[in-house]
Design a protein around this ligand. Structure first.
Ligand SMILES: C[S@@+](CC[C@H](N)C(=O)[O-])C[C@H]1O[C@@H](n2cnc3c(N)ncnc32)[C@H](O)[C@@H]1O
Length: 290
């Protein structure tokens, strides 16, 4: 059943310690593949001080804290925002804060027009189908005129499993089958895998100008293939857990059920580098002009 209540916590992954470790590992492989934390077209416009950088859907704050450690950012301020405080890290310094915000709710007056840069990454499991333009519109309201948006997602609706050798054919077809059954189950619950490839146009519809899409392969840097694949497999484990709790009658999703066993063997094959996942990484940037 599609989720229509925009105010609910529609997030389809867990927020436990294993998920926090997965997000931290994923940050490293993602950053290596994308090749930057802040897009160079944004970074070159930022002064040395009086810059407020926000990260919406910050999770563990991995991206935000990494930016805050960069030498040029020592005099900037940082604000991590998320629907839930469950994964917020300890605060390392006085120029960094975290607070809760649902980006689908009306923008609080005290945050309107405050940010110079807003970053988002991997919100796909939290923003239901039909809500992405609302999110983009609210993000624009949070920015100062002249402020920048940088939103990173992958085209997970078109994820493929690739084999590293002809002998891994059966493993690959099993992985593709599992992906398609998880995909169908989560899409029927409102996850926007069918829409995600339109991120650039959602950002434009939210009122951003000078919108640009950079498209990079998740295996652009070969050494990250395994890490990316295991991070995605970890997300699938989280989705299977959520599907099991949403539908306790469906034996396939239950712990130890068919989907778990299939995922175990796919993860093991990924550790042995027999298989890997591949998806296009999208980096969408745009500006609030007025
Ligand atoms: C997969 S995690 C990604 C975390 C982080 N951006 C990263 O790349 O490491 C998605 C995060 O988005 C948050 N989220 C989901 N829906 C949200 C919403 N409507 N408003 C704000 N945060 C949301 C979740 O709580 C979760 O922490």
């Amino acid at each position: 059943m599609a989720t229509t209540n925009l105010n609910a916590d529609a997030y389809h992954l867990t927020r436990d310690t294993a998920e926090s470790s997965r997000l931290e590992a994923q940050h490293e492989v993602w950053k290596t593949n994308v090749g930057h934390l802040i897009h160079p077209r944004i970074a070159e416009t930022l002064p040395q001080r009086d810059v407020l950088v926000g990260d919406v859907g910050t999770g563990t704050g991995a991206w935000l804290l990494d930016v805050a450690r960069q030498p040029n950012a020592q005099n900037w301020n940082f604000h991590g925002l998320d629907l839930s405080a469950a994964q917020f890290p300890p605060i390392p310094s006085s120029n960094i804060r975290f607070s809760t915000l649902n980006i689908l709710d009306p923008v609080p007056a005290d945050l309107e027009g405050k940010f110079d840069v807003l970053h988002l990454r991997l919100l796909v499991m939290g923003l239901p189908t039909g809500t992405w333009v609302t999110a983009a519109t609210n993000l624009r309201k949070l920015l100062k005129p002249g402020g920048w948006l940088q939103w990173e997602e992958a085209r997970f609706g078109d994820l493929v499993t690739l084999q590293t050798d002809l002998s891994h054919f059966a493993l690959r077809t099993s992985s593709e089958a599992l992906y398609h059954s998880i995909r169908a189950a989560v899409v029927s619950r409102g996850v926007a895998l069918d829409e995600i490839a339109s991120l650039e146009s959602f950002v434009g519809s939210g009122g951003f100008e000078d919108v640009r899409l950079d498209l990079l392969g998740s295996d652009r840097v070969l050494e990250t293939r395994k890490g990316f694949s295991l991070a995605v497999a970890g997300a699938f484990r989280g989705m299977i857990k959520m599907l099991a709790s949403a539908d306790p009658e469906a034996s396939t999703w239950r712990e130890g059920g068919a989907a778990w066993q299939q995922l175990d063997s796919i993860e093991n094959a990924m550790r042995r580098e027999e298989l890997y996942y591949s998806a296009d990484i999208m980096v969408v940037t745009g500006r609030r002009v007025s």
